[in-house]
Design a protein around this ligand. Sequence first.
Ligand SMILES: *[C@@H]1O[C@H](CO)[C@@H](O)[C@H](O)[C@H]1NC(C)=O
Ligand SMILES: *[C@@H]1O[C@H](CO)[C@@H](O)[C@H](O)[C@H]1NC(C)=O
Ligand SMILES: *[C@@H]1O[C@H](CO)[C@@H](O)[C@H](O)[C@H]1NC(C)=O
Ligand SMILES: *[C@@H]1O[C@H](CO)[C@@H](O)[C@H](O)[C@H]1NC(C)=O
Ligand SMILES: *[C@@H]1O[C@H](CO)[C@@H](O)[C@H](O)[C@H]1NC(C)=O
Ligand SMILES: [Cu+2]
Length: 218
Amino acid sequence: MRFAAPISALAFAVVALAQDQTIHVGNNGTGSGLFFSPQFVNATANSTITFVFDTPSTNHTVAQSSFAKPCEPLANGFDSGYTPGAAGVAAPTWNLTVTDASKPIWFYCAQPTKTHCIAGMVGGINVPAPPATNDGSAFIALATGASSIVQPVPALSGVGAFASAAPSATAPASSGSGSSSGTSSGSSPSSTGNAAAAVGVSGGFVAALAAVFGVALL
Ligand SMILES: *[C@@H]1O[C@H](CO)[C@@H](O)[C@H](O)[C@H]1NC(C)=O
Ligand SMILES: *[C@@H]1O[C@H](CO)[C@@H](O)[C@H](O)[C@H]1NC(C)=O
Ligand SMILES: *[C@@H]1O[C@H](CO)[C@@H](O)[C@H](O)[C@H]1NC(C)=O
Ligand SMILES: *[C@@H]1O[C@H](CO)[C@@H](O)[C@H](O)[C@H]1NC(C)=O
Ligand SMILES: *[C@@H]1O[C@H](CO)[C@@H](O)[C@H](O)[C@H]1NC(C)=O
Ligand SMILES: [Cu+2]
């Protein structure tokens, strides 16, 4: 019995490591609106956040910003591109993999119609716990106080996170252009690098899991 506590603690760590999460775009489960739901999540490195555009008759983006300027693109930040929403199985998804869990990742919706960012359509990953000068509510206050929304350029590669494909309602057949309309992936050299990195990440991740399970099962 003396090993019970360490083993269960290890098992818990495995669960935390493997936990992928979903953020609904414009839909909180009981209604639609100008929000991400949940608005803030904590995510470990190598885990994936799936943004689900499951709100019909909407058209949102997920664009990375800085804390200080919530409604402006961060240099070298990611942007999903405008993605019309759809219900159920036809809903486009966008998979963002966190590579650096040590710093907050802030994002906003850049839709100028009804000024989504200024209406508070912002969110974050691994944001400081309140009370902090740069916590979630401080970020929301900066967004709702912004005077304009700066349009981002679609890009798969971000700071501390990346995607391997543009939003799509179906799994992309291969790396390259997504099938959804209107979203051109930033085809910079780093996009290719990220696709390669994604393969490395999943391989390393499986190996890490196997190693941890191997220990846990002893
Ligand atoms: C979800 O959104 C609807 C519509 O905007 C709103 O009425 C409701 O209060 C929200 N629910 C939660 C839990 O935020
Ligand atoms: C993230 O983790 C911090 C520290 O444990 C905690 O204070 C905060 O509530 C968490 N945030 C979310 C959105 O779960
Ligand atoms: C989505 O919104 C953007 C920005 O307003 C606009 O340029 C684009 O045409 C819209 N797409 C659709 C399908 O409505
Ligand atoms: C996102 O990941 C989910 C779960 O693995 C997958 O079903 C979906 O096709 C992915 N979406 C894209 C656009 O790659
Ligand atoms: C994430 O994956 C990379 C590449 O496989 C690996 O080097 C790194 O240790 C992983 N980080 C975590 C926290 O699992
Ligand atoms: Cu929006």
